[in-house]
Design a protein around this ligand. Structure first.
Ligand code: SF4
Ligand SMILES: [Cu+2]
Length: 155
């Protein structure tokens, strides 16, 4: 977990020069803590402070849209945790990754298998490429029946 705004503030120069785009170091610290700013915006952070802050200065998360039309879901972050719940009696799986690998059920793709009725399983995936990405279920016949969709990275 990142530091609190006050903890971050203590590591900043406290000169309130405004070069980071907000009027005070405290405001910048709060924005950092909330994941709404990048540490690099302050040119005066010391090396020692930078090391301590690196965990709190992750770049802004990249929003994603999963699916299309009525099934579209917007989620945030390059690192996304999917929580997949099977609502009906049929067992499903959830595979996610580059669209071509997902389409061909490529070995080594990120997936969670055997999601039984009313079970929820999680999968963490890092979207570090440019896509296209997709998700699918490859239980026999499910992909062909339409259990698949695209994931769009939104800049
Ligand atoms: S640029 Fe750095 S020193 Fe200047 S106000 Fe922002 S946080 Fe403070
Ligand atoms: Cu399925």
């Amino acid at each position: 977990m990142g530091l609190t705004g006050i903890q971050i503030f203590k590591l900043l120069p406290k000169t309130n020069c405004g070069e980071c785009g907000v009027p005070t170091c405290l405001a910048f610290a709060m924005a950092l803590a909330a994941g709404k700013a990048e540490l690099d915006k302050c040119p005066y952070v010391s090396e020692a402070a930078r090391e301590q802050l690196s965990a709190s200065s992750a770049p802004p998360v990249r929003p994603l849209t999963v699916g299309a039309g009525d099934y579209a879901v917007k989620v945030g972050g390059e690192t996304v945790m999917f929580l997949v719940t099977t609502m009906g009696p049929t067992v499903h799986e959830f595979m996610v990754g580059p669209a071509d690998a997902v389409a061909t059920d490529a070995p080594g793709s990120a997936e969670i298998a055997d999601i039984g009725m009313m079970r929820t399983k999680s999968l963490t995936y890092i979207f570090d490429g440019s896509g296209p990405y997709a998700f699918a279920c490859h239980v026999d016949g499910h992909y062909e029946a339409g259990m698949r969709g695209t994931i769009t990275l939104v800049e």
